[in-house]
Ligand binder design. Structure first.
Ligand SMILES: [Zn+2]
Length: 89
C-alpha cells in the first residue's frame, strides 16, 4: 500500500561498486541490495537486520518489482574519487 513502491518500477536502479565486495550492489532510495541469483536481489541487511526487503530487475537493470519495507535505516556510504562506495554504517 505504500505509495513509494510503484513509483520506482521501470526506472533504472543504480548499480554501485562497494569497496571490498566483488559484486555490484543495487541501490534504490538509499537502501542497498545484493544479487543472490540473476535479477533477484535481497537487502544487504537481510541477515544482520533480519530484513525481508527484496527487488527484481529485468536484464536491462530496470526495477520490475520491489518490496522496500526495511527493518533498519538506510546504510551510510562514503563515495571515493573513483566512484566506489565505502560502507560506514
Ligand atoms: Zn533492508
Amino acid at each position: 500500500m505504500s505509495m513509494g513502491v510503484d513509483e520506482h518500477l521501470g526506472v533504472p536502479a543504480a548499480l554501485i561498486n562497494v569497496l571490498g565486495q566483488r559484486k555490484g550492489v543495487l541501490m534504490v532510495k538509499g537502501f542497498t541490495y545484493s544479487e543472490y541469483s540473476p535479477n533477484y536481489w535481497y537487502c544487504t541487511k537481510k541477515k544482520s537486520a533480519r530484513c525481508n526487503a527484496k527487488a527484481r530487475t529485468d536484464p536491462h537493470g530496470k526495477l520490475t518489482y520491489i518490496k522496500d519495507e526495511h527493518t533498519h535505516p538506510p546504510p551510510k556510504y562514503l563515495v571515493t574519487k573513483t566512484g566506489e562506495y565505502v560502507k560506514v554504517s
